[in-house]
Design a protein around this ligand. Structure first.
Ligand code: ZN
Length: 80
């Protein structure tokens, strides 16, 4: 008899967010994966950025319980 696979690892969920710089008007997209059920991962969504549109940069303040900040690569404005 086979047991169904137990959900021992948190499932990953893909998310996207539209980015827009309020200063220069540049638009882009941020895509990342995060834990679908943070309760099973110690409350950490553990975001892993997979795609960031050209012209935007990730801020240095990377944390496992929230999405890293994104800045406009041209003017340095925080976009999220
Ligand atoms: Zn900008």
């Amino acid at each position: 008899m086979k047991y169904p696979e137990l959900n021992t690892m948190a499932k990953r969920e893909r998310q996207t967010k539209d980015l827009r710089c309020n200063t220069c008007g540049k638009e882009g997209t941020l895509a990342w994966t995060e834990n679908e059920n943070p309760m099973h991962a110690g409350g950490m969504i553990d975001p892993q950025v997979s795609t960031l549109s050209k012209g935007f940069i990730l801020g240095p303040d990377s944390r496992r319980d929230s999405l890293p900040p994104v800045e406009c690569g041209d003017c340095g404005t925080s976009v999220g």
